[in-house]
Design a protein around this ligand. Structure first.
Ligand SMILES: [Mg+2]
Ligand SMILES: [Zn+2]
Length: 175
């Protein structure tokens, strides 16, 4: 049973681009590599959990999501960072699935691949739905101020949610 660092993708691991479909536009967020290397070094599995409602809305395809994930994987591999598994929800909010965050489906999917030590695991993302998903599974969960995170700082403060400014800062605060 390993501790996991669950990561949102857009606005957390890579720069936010609305309904990103072009792998050439992938840019890793500042501090992402350094932070992930620090968590990996102490035995954390790194898992991406991403809402991709652009698929359900017909704005992007499953292939686009996979192509972008592959580019992220390539950029991380160049820095010796390895993501244990990638999970995404393709549904629209109105479809009422249980995988769209703050639902738990993506996390449960990951847990089937590798048992999760939930007590030591962490969640980080740039939206309240990311934080709420993590909290509902009993994980310490942080709001990152990149992506849309800057819009939710007051919400995080009101709810006593830890605020981090990068994944490297996440390592500073949680390791
Ligand atoms: Mg995001
Ligand atoms: Zn879903």
């Amino acid at each position: 049973m390993d501790p996991h660092l669950f990561l949102d993708r857009d606005g957390t691991l890579i720069r936010e681009e609305n309904y990103l479909r072009d792998p050439d536009l992938v840019v890793l967020e500042n501090g992402a590599v350094d932070g992930l290397l620090r968590f990996a070094a102490i035995g954390y599995r790194l898992v991406v959990v991403s809402n991709q409602s652009g698929v359900g809305r017909g704005l992007i395809t499953e292939e686009d999501v996979i192509a972008v994930n592959c580019r992220v994987r390539q950029l991380l591999a160049q820095q010796r960072v390895s993501i244990s598994s990638w999970h995404h929800c393709s549904h629209r909010p109105d479809q009422g699935c249980n995988c769209r965050k703050p639902g738990r489906g993506l996390f449960e999917e990951a847990a089937k691949l590798h048992p999760v030590d939930w007590e030591r695991s962490l969640m980080v993302g740039d939206k309240p739905s990311d934080v709420q998903a993590g909290l509902s599974l009993g994980m310490a969960s942080a709001l990152i101020t990149t992506g849309y995170g800057g819009k939710h700082i007051e919400w995080a403060q009101q709810h006593g949610i830890p605020i981090v400014h990068s994944l490297d800062d996440m390592a500073d605060q949680f390791i």
